[in-house]
Design a protein around this ligand. Structure first.
Ligand code: SAM
Length: 331
């Protein structure tokens, strides 16, 4: 069941923002047209199939994650363990602090929902959406097992979000947009759901650092899983390792991006740049209380040198960087 603050953000796919959905045990029902949207097992379903340009790419990615629900829950079945892991991860802890208390948060491409579960701390209400019913069923299993009433999940397509505009205080999409046919367009879709003055946080594969992953993908079939640092040092469970390797080296579609490119998306869409993680070298990026404080973007060359440095750092863990911005109040 959805918590009340999140239910009020939902609408039927393609319907106007003043329409309302009511929840029944096994379906969501559009109050106006009485159209029923039946759950898939335990998963509420407002998913619209990819259509138009890029639908082939998006469909193949959606099928891929149905086979490979990501990330795996191995060892994190207890909410306490997941919270400890979150608090020990400086990036996750800083995101939680940036969100604050009593906020409405949307996570686009939440996978199995681990980040959504962590972010509902501090009395936040979180909606995780994803195209993969299998991933969401694991998220809901964890929610029910741990009785997490402020974690909510629904199957949706980022390109057809069944959500009212400008209703969330924070929108996050971590490791997702680069798996769509058009990452910039996907960014523009999720930005519509952020309130003016709200935060947008997006994590993408970096163009410089991801080259190393690409090289490893070419060697994986000869060297085996040991080529991967994360598998060598962090993963004990065989199934978790299989899914990590598939996600990193055999994904049907991915694109690579730079800090400057995302800054341009921000400028074109009335978003103020706040911060970057990992930080841009030789700026005040680490001096803010958290990611919601404005920091210096540095110069173009500072950003180039920062990203060259990432070839030797974040590349071993998937080469993801996150940029944080604030939707400006006035157009
Ligand atoms: C690499 S996983 C990331 C999961 C999670 N955000 C994390 O960081 O662990 C990418 C997720 O994006 C989802 N996804 C990809 N394209 C999507 C789309 N068009 N609409 C909704 N979800 C999508 C996939 O189903 C998958 O669960």
């Amino acid at each position: 069941m959805f918590s009340e603050p999140i239910l009020s953000c939902l609408k039927a796919p393609g319907s106007p923002d003043d329409s309302e959905l009511i929840q029944e045990i096994d379906a969501l029902v559009d109050l106006g047209s009485q159209t029923r949207y039946n759950n898939i097992g335990t998963v509420p379903n407002l998913y619209e199939k990819p259509a138009g340009d890029g639908s082939k790419i998006d469909s193949s990615v959606h099928s891929f994650y149905e086979e490979n629900p990501f990330p795996s829950y191995e060892g994190l079945q207890e909410f306490g363990d997941l919270v400890t892991r979150g608090h020990n991860n400086p990036f996750m802890q800083k995101i939680l602090e940036s969100i604050g208390f009593n906020k409405k948060v949307l996570e686009c491409g939440c996978g199995t929902g681990q980040m959504s579960h962590f972010l509902q701390l501090n009395n936040n209400h979180v909606l995780g959406i994803d195209a993969s019913a299998k991933s969401l069923s694991l998220a809901i299993e964890h929610k029910l097992y741990n009785n997490l009433e402020r974690s909510n999940f629904c199957r949706m397509n980022i390109f057809d979000l069944a959500l009212k505009d400008e209703v969330f205080d924070v929108v996050i999409s971590h490791g997702v947009l680069h798996h769509t046919h058009n990452a910039k367009l996907a960014f523009e879709q999720i930005l519509k759901k952020v309130k003016p003055g709200g935060l947008i946080i997006i994590g993408l594969y970096n163009k410089y650092a991801r080259v190393m992953t690409w090289l490893r993908s070419k060697m994986h079939r000869f060297w085996g899983d040991n080529i991967d640092w994360v598998v060598r040092t962090r993963i004990r469970d065989k199934e978790k390792a299989r899914i990590w390797i598939a996600d990193q080296y055999y994904n049907p579609h991915e694109t690579w991006h730079t800090i400057d490119e995302v800054m341009k998306w921000f400028e074109e869409n009335n978003v103020e740049y706040l911060n970057c993680s990992p930080p841009i070298l030789d700026t005040n990026a680490e001096q803010g209380r958290n990611f919601s404080d404005k920091t210096s973007p540095g110069t173009h060359w500072q950003r180039v040198i920062t990203q060259l440095g990432w070839i030797g750092s974040i590349s071993r863990e998937g080469a993801l960087f996150d940029i944080i911005g604030r939707k400006r109040l006035l157009k």
